[in-house]
Each structure stands twice: as structure tokens, then as C-alpha cells.
Design a protein around this ligand. Structure first.
Ligand SMILES: [Zn+2]
Ligand SMILES: [Zn+2]
Length: 452
């Protein structure tokens, strides 16, 4: 008699953030992702910087491998907390950009690290009796992957954060539809799918659609161009560098994570350096042909942009003639502080261009038609919608039912649900406590010791 697959979401259900999932079958135990979440709504201003997943759920029992879908903080930034807890970890496995970024982030914590293992898409990794395979999808960071876990009870596919971008400029940015379809043909027991944009109809526009609008704004700019985005949004940063090359602007990267991430991306050939020599810090006050790419698009208090808006940045002092491009949008809950910072920049005489004025930002998450396409490619027997607030998870479930899944084989659940899946279907067998653990900016829990 084969043991069922046992799935326990620790974070990411009923919320966007804190993604972490335990998957067990027989004697094997893997964890997928280990991320942080941010306070929003009524939780803002309570002195909490981030929320961590409740790793008490693991009971300190060994993890054979941690598999990472991609390097966004809501998927990897709680790794230091987990490692610090002393839970034995066999390996951390992912695609090259993810591993390189995680290695750089963990180096800041000075912790003894488990082996970090780089694999390529299509490589089969053995984890005891299970195997794992990383499959290319599109998202808003290099090397996003879906993960197929083959277990004795059947195949589990986690989509990771994805969209089905059809016009990727580069093979490495394209979804491997052939492999996903082949997995579906061979039979998928369960799919765990990204639900973030399930309530939005149609498809998310391609990343390539942001190139021309960014070029247009840069062409119109008279003075310096300052562009801000997430420092992991390497393709958007690439669009800015290419626009600078085309218009004879020298570039400069400002912000620690921006410099670190772009350096890693250059080393892995995920981005091509600019043609012109980069600017030195002292050149920044010179008006004219500069492209400054910086952190702080979310109005983070100590990032470059907020300091520049307050007049507290030693080198960057934006003023009349400068154009500031927000090639991003505020994450839910950040709208107020971001708008306030934009207003401060306008008061300084800066021309501010946001996603309201130009199509310079697209989401990295699949909308309804893409989710339906994913369900049709994988044709899973069971579904657990993940990565979303309750209404997003419910919308994902409806899309799956419209594409042939049985309602009884879909679990719209909560963190701490213990779900067993086998050929007979899925069932909720237990519920364990899995709270959002408040932490400070150092990523350490605010309460001494484990939360009660
Ligand atoms: Zn992501
Ligand atoms: Zn995410």
C-alpha cells in the first residue's frame, strides 16, 4: 500500500506572501520556498517590519531538501530564520540565478549553510525515493520555475509564481509548454497553482510591452532620467540600460541590492552591461545625459529614492529637468507612502511618470485565461490554489472547475491545513497551528524564543 502525499502549507494561503509548503511522502520530506510577508492594512505601523512563517509546524524534524521556485523575498527571505532554528536541512536546490541570489543574501547572516545546489531546467534531482525537476515559466525575475515532484503516490506540480508570456525576447524567459503538456499527458496527481491574478480576466501583457513606453519617456526627457523598480526585476532594468545606450546616456546603479543583483545577473549572462562607461558617484550632480537606476520604488524609508525625496541622499539631489520613472507599482498596502514620495518629488520640480501615465509596468502573475491554460496543460486530478487571499484562491478554484476538475478534488484552504492526496482524491486530515510570526527588520522574531 503506497502512502499518500501529505501537503502542509505553512504560509501563502489566504495571503500574498510568506510562501512555504511542506510535502511529505513515505520517509521523504521536502519544503518548497521559505518566504517573508509584509504587514498591510490594519497591520501597518505596529512596529512589525516583516512576518515569518511559523516553522514550529516542522517540529524540528529533518528536511531532505528545500526547493526554491525563484528568488523573490516572499519565497526565500525566511531561509535565514529556518537555518538559525537548527532544523536539519539536507540541501537547498534551485536554478542558477535563484541559488546565486540566495547565497549572496544568506552571506549577510553569517550562518552555517547547508549545501546550495544549482540545477538546470530538465535535470532530474533525486531526493530519496522522490525526484524533482525544475521547469521554466515566465515571471518578473530571472530563472522562475515550476517544480514537478515525482513521488510513489503520483506527480505533484507546483507552478511557482508564473505567467504564460508568449513573446519572451529570449528562450530563457519562455514557458516550457512542451514539458508542462508532457507532464499532463503522463498524469498529474495534484497541481499547486499561483492564484494572485485569478480574479482578473484575460491575460497579463508580456514584459516586452514595457520596452517601447520606457523608450518613449526616455526620448522625451530633457535632463537626467531616474528609473526605479524592484532590484530583482532584471528585464525592466535591462530595458532602461538599452534605452540609455540608444540615447547616449551613461548609467549608474544606486542602492546596495540593485548593485548586487545586477552584478549577479551580469555574471550569469542574464543582462548585458551598458555600452558606455558607467557614471561615478561624483558625476551625479552634472545635469544632462544620465540614467540613474535605483532602489526605493516602494518608498522604503532608507532606500535611495525616499532619502533623495527628503533631500538626505549624499549624491542624488533630484530637481527641475529630471524625469523620474516608476517602472513598478506599489504592492498592496504601500499606495499611500509611494504617492506621498511621488508628491515630494513633484514639489522638487521633478517630472514623475508612473504606470498611470505610461504602460511601463506589467504584472508577473497569470490572469484567468493563463490559469485556465495551465490547468489544461497539466490536467491535474486535484488542485490546491496557493499564493493568494481567500477570494483569489476561490477564483482559481472556479477556473479549474470550468476546465474539468471536480469540486471535491479542490481544496481552498488555510495555512496549517494537513492535506493527504492519493488516487482516491484529496482530504483534509488535520489542522495544525500556523500563525504569522512578527519580526523586526533583521528578520528575527520580535518575541524572544518561539511564539506561544
Ligand atoms: Zn515572485
Ligand atoms: Zn510570490
Amino acid at each position: 500500500m503506497t502512502d499518500p502525499v501529505r501537503i502542509t502549507p505553512i504560509g501563502g494561503l489566504g495571503e500574498v506572501g510568506r510562501n512555504m509548503m511542506v510535502i511529505e511522502q513515505g520517509d521523504q520530506r521536502v519544503v518548497i520556498d521559505c518566504g517573508i510577508g509584509f504587514p498591510h492594512g490594519a497591520d501597518r505601523g505596529l512596529g512589525v517590519d516583516v512576518y515569518l512563517p511559523d516553522i514550529r509546524v516542522l517540529r524540528g524534524q529533518p528536511i531532505d531538501a528545500i526547493l526554491l521556485t525563484h528568488a523573490h523575498d516572499d519565497h526565500v527571505a525566511a531561509l535565514a530564520h529556518l537555518i538559525r532554528s537548527g532544523t536539519p536541512i539536507g540541501r537547498i536546490i534551485s536554478l542558477p540565478f535563484t541559488i546565486a541570489l540566495v547565497e549572496a543574501k544568506l552571506a549577510e547572516h553569517e550562518l552555517p549553510l547547508p549545501p546550495l545546489v544549482r540545477v538546470l531546467p530538465g535535470e532530474i534531482v533525486e531526493i530519496g525515493a522522490m525526484t524533482a525537476e525544475f521547469i521554466r515559466v515566465s515571471h518578473s525575475i530571472p530563472d522562475p520555475a515550476a517544480i514537478a515532484l515525482q513521488t510513489a503516490a503520483g506527480t505533484i506540480v507546483l507552478t511557482g509564481d508564473y505567467k504564460l508570456d508568449a513573446t519572451g525576447q529570449d528562450l530563457r524567459r519562455q514557458v516550457d509548454r512542451a514539458r508542462l503538456t508532457a507532464l499532463g499527458d503522463a498524469g498529474v496527481l495534484a497541481m499547486l497553482g499561483d492564484s494572485t491574478n485569478a480574479q482578473l480576466p484575460g491575460r497579463t501583457p508580456s514584459e516586452a510591452t514595457t520596452i517601447e513606453p520606457i523608450n518613449d519617456v526616455v526620448d522625451e526627457a530633457v535632463g537626467r532620467v531616474i528609473l526605479t523598480s524592484f532590484s530583482s526585476q532584471i528585464d525592466r532594468i535591462d530595458h532602461a540600460i538599452r534605452a540609455a545606450d540608444r540615447t547616449g546616456r551613461q548609467t549608474m546603479l544606486l542602492g546596495r541590492s540593485m548593485r548586487r543583483n545586477v552584478k549577479i545577473a551580469e555574471q550569469l549572462k542574464e543582462i548585458v552591461p551598458p555600452n558606455l562607461p558607467t557614471l561615478g558617484r561624483r558625476d551625479l550632480d552634472g545635469k544632462g545625459k544620465a540614467m540613474i537606476i535605483c532602489t526605493g520604488s516602494q518608498a522604503e524609508e532608507f532606500a535611495v529614492l525616499a532619502r533623495a525625496a527628503r533631500g538626505e541622499h549624499p549624491e542624488l539631489n533630484p530637481g527641475p529637468g529630471d524625469t523620474l520613472i516608476f517602472a513598478s507599482r506599489p504592492v498592496p498596502g504601500n499606495e499611500g507612502p509611494v504617492e506621498e514620495m511621488q508628491e515630494m518629488m513633484r514639489m522638487r520640480g521633478v517630472r514623475v511618470v508612473t504606470h498611470h501615465e505610461a504602460a511601463i509596468h506589467v504584472s508577473g502573475h497569470a490572469r484567468a485565461d493563463e490559469i485556465s491554460e495551465m490547468v489544461r496543460m497539466l490536467r491535474p486530478q486535484c488542485l490546491i490554489p496557493v499564493h493568494g487571499e481567500p477570494q483569489m484562491l476561490a477564483a482559481h478554484a472556479e477556473l479549474a472547475i470550468a476546465n474539468g476538475l471536480l469540486a471535491k478534488n479542490i481544496h481552498v484552504g488555510a495555512n496549517g491545513d494537513v492535506i493527504e492526496i492519493d488516487q482516491a482524491g484529496l482530504r483534509l486530515v488535520d489542522q495544525v497551528e500556523a500563525i504569522a510570526v512578527p519580526a523586526g527588520s533583521d528578520g528575527l522574531p520580535l518575541e524572544a524564543g518561539e511564539p506561544g
